[in-house]
Design a protein around this ligand. Structure first.
Ligand SMILES: [Zn+2]
Length: 345
């Protein structure tokens, strides 16, 4: 199937289905703690192909490249900052191979995650350094053939600005999407509210924006309501985790059932999201359930927070004792619990 443009597919359809978890599903395929998933693009490409194929088979219209931590700062932790361009370009090509074999249009979104550094004024990373690092990554993603630049799991306004500036510089003409994680009592870790992000997205001219990861789907849906209220005409993205991560016997478990994934997908559409998918904890089955729930579904009335709670469960953002390690399952960040598990065995 020939590749299509993100914008034409969006305008032709009422909604698009994104994919599910990368980290969670690669751990299920044997990725070890501390091992950057990005290395598998070269070392175990069959697994990355299987990841993309699983989501395409489940009905995803958009698949994200295996490049979440593929910037020079994150790769430096694995002495691989010199491989930034290679790993990004190859990951884009791998996803492209899967998309081209599909019997319908599938969009390749070049995943761009945070650098892991704190930007000025709270930290030491300058805007210039940030733009440079993101430009290196995004240029390679574009070289590999991505259809859209997909900036995700962001917490700081400055880092979003740096990544978007880099996208416009390094991949002019490609659509740009950005999502933030509102995982700290309804704000990002750095204090950004969903309404503030909606205003920023307008200022930056993003093609779509929204929320991914964080805590449970009710919290994410509440953020979607806030964003669609602030920007009713915008293309808003909802990519919720499959419930809340909990450590049980030293292993990460997600409380969200496949059934809940379908309920969440319909609520997200009702709340005004146009791109719907899952983040951490979402298996192929979760994404398939979203596809089944959305196919033929007629958009319902805009839900209230109480309506979301009644159908999808309580808000978790202030729940005591729940595990909320930011970006916990996007790569090597859940190393601690898995080490504990291995030691006990
Ligand atoms: Zn996530």
């Amino acid at each position: 199937m020939s590749r299509t443009s993100f914008k034409s597919l969006l305008s032709a359809r009422g909604w698009l289905l994104a994919d599910g978890a990368t980290g969670t599903n690669l751990f299920a395929m044997g990725l070890e703690s501390g091992e950057p998933p990005e290395f598998w693009t070269v070392d175990r490409p069959e697994n990355i192909r299987a990841l993309h194929q699983g989501f395409v088979d489940a009905g995803s219209d958009i698949i994200l490249t295996n490049t979440f931590g593929c910037n020079r700062h994150r790769l430096k932790l694995h002495k691989a900052s010199g491989r930034t361009a290679e790993l990004n370009e190859k990951a884009a090509r791998l996803a492209g191979e899967v998309a081209e074999k599909a019997d319908r249009p599938v969009i390749i979104a070049g995943s761009v995650g945070p650098t892991g550094e704190i930007f000025e004024p709270a930290g030491t990373m300058t805007m210039e350094e940030g733009v440079e690092a993101f430009s290196e990554q995004i240029a390679a993603l574009a070289e590999g053939g991505v259809d859209v630049v997909w900036i995700e799991t962001m917490s700081a306004e400055e880092e979003v600005r740096a990544a978007v500036t880099a996208a416009k510089k390094a991949a002019p003409g490609l659509p740009v999407v950005a999502t933030m994680s509102f995982d700290t009592a309804g704000r990002t870790m750095m204090g950004v509210t969903p309404a503030r992000f909606a205003a920023l997205a307008g200022e930056l001219g993003l093609d779509a924006f929204g929320s991914n990861c964080g805590t449970g789907s009710p919290d994410l849906l509440a953020a979607v309501l806030e964003m669609t209220e602030a920007a009713p005409e915008a293309v808003v993205v909802a990519k919720a985790n499959a419930g809340v991560p909990e450590f049980i016997d030293g292993e990460i478990h997600y409380s969200g059932t496949v059934e809940l994934a379908g309920t969440y997908a319909r609520l997200a559409l009702d709340a005004g999201a146009k791109i719907i998918g899952g983040c951490c904890g979402n298996s192929f089955d979760h994404v398939r359930a979203m596809h089944e729930a959305l196919s033929g579904y007629e958009k319902g009335p805009r839900p209230t927070i109480d309506g979301i709670i009644a159908r999808a469960g309580p808000l978790t953002q202030n729940a005591a004792g729940h595990v909320c390690a930011h970006g916990h399952d996007h790569g090597a960040d859940d190393a601690a619990p898995r080490r504990r598990r291995r030691r006990r065995r």
